[in-house]
Design a protein around this ligand. Structure first.
Ligand code: ADP
Ligand code: MG
Length: 684
């Protein structure tokens, strides 16, 4: 069988590009073929210039009969293209000398772009242009041109070239992809399905290809669902053989913990604690996901699990993705667990020297609970008897990192119990499959007395009013966040934007101390800024989206989010969760740049009308679809490349049936094709 090559073996793909392609989930040549287009461009025919219509996208051909540079607010290059039928304006708002040359009078060009009605007549702005020789026009493609989702550092043209190359090799039989599922009569085989998807004829049903209802896409979705079904069944089989220590709270630690709290646990907290303790009492390793909105009180639940392991005479560890968060856990847990007099060890990268040696000694001996960062699962850290691992904000850890910690609890074929916690609410329908194999608990009740964050939207034009409001709040001794999210897909630009904004705000609000935090700062710098903010030494914190996860500053009760129209619902929700943690009525201002698109308007409306994370997640799903709801931030969760649970729900049953009928060899191939390394799946 012809080899499915690694991407680095393809001409023109080095380690760097391969690394970037991996970010798109592309590892092998066959993966390229399962990367579906976002849309298609029709470059199969040339539209005569007297037939182009405003609003339409067209391929046109002609000769430049006029060129000029206009000087207005910016320099603009305009040109007129003519063919036998008529003329059309071209314009470039920003241009390079090479473009000036390309659009010189007398040149023949082929252009592709959107036509619109400008004051001077019909016009194509920023067309893609290809120079033509005097007497010859290259042949037109016979199929439509796909446009693919791509990522930073991977050009559209480069990606399309790789995919077309893979498709050529597939059609030519050099790359062989076996049809692993029986092909039903009237349905396309794999090669035909992939050809249709990546090189559709102009008369193909494009709407169906794009919304996924086309038989070519459905065929792939069915394969993928079958592969996941098989992988899941294997995982369950492997898990059924695993053993874990039974952890029972015979000493009554949980009751003492709960009785000692300064508040009464909510019904949801009690219910989830019982669910977890039910798991811990079994000989099978717990694999449970705890979903709970920001502020729902997951830490108390974690505490109950930790003391249960301690009561059973064993050790438990909880890790958080950053030192700030881990330290916050250490503080809170020390307080919660104080009545029990347990030995709690704190470990993070910054703990060095004697303190570290001492911490390591206790982990190997007297420690009952460990709290820390990934420092806890590094080499040289050994536990006496680690029986429970809790991971907070699990999506911030890679699968491998989590496994490294679990590894420390392995003893003679015995596995530690695992609990992962997340504040990113995922609708149940998605969670079932995205976290296949994990049992799910939900904290669906907030502690009483929380006042929902009052949320308003304001156009950028009302910035002055917003600044006034901010100043009033700061004068009252409150603290605030000013968030400048992604303006371009670049951390560098994002950091720059935040820096500029913090300078501007510092000039406008002279009496107050303005801090700045962004993703390009070193961890120690970020920590110092957060510590100052926590202590009240910084009044206004200008931030990029790095503040998104888990930091608790109860006195911060106002948040202003710039460019709110660019953020997704779950991100807005996570950000807003940073305020409203104290007794003050908190507020959030969503600053947007008009005009608002339909989806952006809908998102802002949702944010104004509710603070319920699950409701927001459901709306997010409606507005964006599941692929994006899970998004790249959910690494470690299962994601589908092609199948869509909302859309393809009815394929699930069929997938189960066909999967079951396959030979073991085909099952292996199918899992390998769609799910990849199966052992990653087993312990995830
Ligand atoms: P999260 O789920 O976001 O991790 P935390 O565990 O940090 O939430 O809890 C948020 C805040 O709510 C903390 O200050 C905590 O002390 C408080 N809290 C937790 N449970 C309750 C409860 N049942 N009643 C009142 N306050 C609670
Ligand atoms: Mg938390």
């Amino acid at each position: 069988m012809a080899a499915d090559r690694e991407l680095t073996e393809l001409p023109g793909v080095g380690e760097r590009l391969a690394g970037r392609l991996l970010a798109l989930g592309l590892r092998r040549e066959s993966d390229l073929l399962f990367h579906l287009p976002l849309r298609f461009e029709d470059r199969t025919r040339i539209t005569p210039l007297n037939r182009v219509r405003p609003g339409a996208t067209a391929l046109i051909e002609g000769r430049i009969v006029h060129q000029a540079i206009r000087y207005g607010r910016t320099r603009m290059l305009t040109a007129t293209l003519a063919d036998d039928s008529g003329q059309l304006g071209l314009c470039l708002f920003r241009f390079f000398p090479s473009q000036l040359k390309l659009l010189a009078e007398g040149n023949r060009l082929r252009c592709y772009g959107e036509v619109r009605l400008a004051p001077g007549g019909l016009q194509m702005a920023h067309p893609q242009c290809e120079p033509l020789s005097e007497d010859e026009s290259p042949p037109l493609p016979e199929s439509l041109t796909p446009v693919y989702p791509t990522t930073q550092g991977v050009s559209q043209a480069g990606l399309a070239r790789l995919i077309q190359m893979a498709l050529e090799r597939l059609r030519g039989g050099e790359l062989e992809l076996q049809d692993l599922l029986p092909v039903a009569a009237g349905n396309p085989g794999l090669v035909q399905a992939l050809s249709t998807i990546h090189a559709p004829r102009p008369n193909e049903n494009l709407a169906a290809l794009l919304d996924g209802s086309h038989p070519a896409v459905q065929r792939l979705a069915l394969e993928e669902l079958a592969a996941h079904h098989l992988a899941l069944a294997r995982m369950n089989l492997a898990r059924a053989r695993q053993r874990a220590p039974e952890l029972e709270d015979a000493a009554g630690f949980t009751r003492r913990l709960l009785d000692g709290l300064p508040f009464t646990p909510t019904g949801a907290q009690r219910r989830v604690i019982a669910e977890i303790q039910g798991d811990l009492a079994r000989q099978r390793p717990m694999r449970r996901l705890l979903q709970g909105d920001v502020g729902s009180g997951k830490t108390v639940v974690a505490a109950a699990a930790l003391v249960t392991a301690a009561a059973a005479g064993r050790q438990a560890a909880i890790i958080a993705p950053t030192e700030i968060l881990a330290e916050q856990h250490y503080r809170n847990l020390s307080e919660y667990l104080a009545p029990l007099g347990l030995d709690i060890v704190w470990l993070a990268g910054k703990i060095q020297g004697r303190a570290r040696t001492e911490a390591l000694e206790r982990l190997g001996g007297s420690a009952q609970v460990a709290v820390g960062t990934h420092a806890l699962f590094q080499k040289g850290v050994n536990f006496r008897d680690l029986a429970l691992v809790i991971v907070d904000e699990q999506h911030r850890f890679g699968v491998h990192q989590r496994l490294a910690l679990a590894e420390k609890g392995k003893r003679g074929g015995r596995q530690p119990h695992q609990l992962v916690m997340t504040a990113t609410p995922i609708p149940r329908t998605l969670a079932m499959t995205a976290y296949a194999g994990l049992d799910i608990s939900v904290l669906d009740e907030l502690p009483p007395g929380r006042k929902p964050v009052a949320t308003v939207a304001a156009s950028q034009q009302r910035r002055a009013e917003v600044i006034e409001r901010l100043e009033r709040a700061l004068k009252e001794g409150r603290q605030a966040y000013w968030v400048c999210p992604l303006i371009e897909e670049s951390e560098v630009l994002e950091a720059e934007a935040a820096e500029t904004r913090s300078r501007e705000l510092a000039a406008e609000l002279k009496e107050f101390r303005i801090g700045l935090i962004h993703g390009r700062m070193k961890p120690a710098e970020k920590q110092a800024v957060m510590a100052d903010f926590s202590a009240g030494a910084i009044h206004l914190l200008v931030a990029t989206t790095v503040i998104e996860v888990g930091v608790d500053v109860p006195n911060a009760s106002l948040m202003i989010i710039e460019n709110a129209e660019r953020l997704g619902l779950s991100q807005l929700h996570q950000l807003r969760g940073r305020v409203g943690r104290g007794s003050e009525q908190a507020a959030c201002v969503l600053l947007y740049k008009p005009p608002l698109g339909e989806t952006a308007r809908a998102r802002i409306e949702v944010m104004r009308s509710t603070t319920d994370g699950f409701l927001i997640a459901e709306k997010d799903l409606e507005l964006r679809g599941p692929g994006e709801v899970l998004g790249t931030r959910q690494t470690g969760a299962l994601r589908f490349r092609i199948a869509d649970l909302e859309r393809d729900g009815e394929l699930l049953e069929q997938a189960t049936v066909v999967a079951g009928k396959l030979s073991a060899g085909r099952q292996d191939l199918l899992i390998d094709r769609w799910v990849g390394a199966a052992e990653q799946f087993v312990d995830a």
